[in-house]
Design a protein around this ligand. Sequence first.
Ligand SMILES: [Zn+2]
Length: 198
Amino acid sequence: MSSQPHTVLSWVVRRTRLPLLSLRCLDCRSESATTGEGRFRVNANGKLLDVWLLVRCVTCNRTSKLTVHERASVRSLDPGELRGYHTNDPELVASRLLDPLLARRHRFTLDWTGAWRLETPPAWLDRAWPVQVEVAFDDPVPVRPDRLIARGLGLSRNEALRRIKCDIPLSRPTSTGFAFTVMASEDPRVTPGACVRS
Ligand SMILES: [Zn+2]
């Protein structure tokens, strides 16, 4: 079919550091906390373990403990995971912080401001149109597709929306991979509002 895109490009959303936590401090009422370098605290009581992820208020430095495991049997934990808690393995810190269950249990949200980037291939505007772009998420950064697309294309949001076709809701934040098609700017098939919302 002539309408099939000739070129498929990959964009990747990736974190550049850990996000902050929007979490109310019990001392100063600030709403921002950080995992800093990333530390766990492990407390063994017989064969039972408590594991916490430590976070610190960015305003007053008060430290709080977020429960990761509570009275868990040592045998129920994978030895590699257990070693990771003792050595403050950065990947384990990231995976626990980004686990939605932890956020739900402790009632915080993640603040991704300035903590991620969009990686796009260098200069591709000489490609044959239309171009299909597949967006993948290496980390669960919630982004509004319309803003991400405009940023990646280097266009205003309105101009970007005129140039693309896409099947997902564009103003609702997502961290699930999606694809869209970019048409040439003079392409007669492109009309404002061509983007289908489901
Ligand atoms: Zn504080």
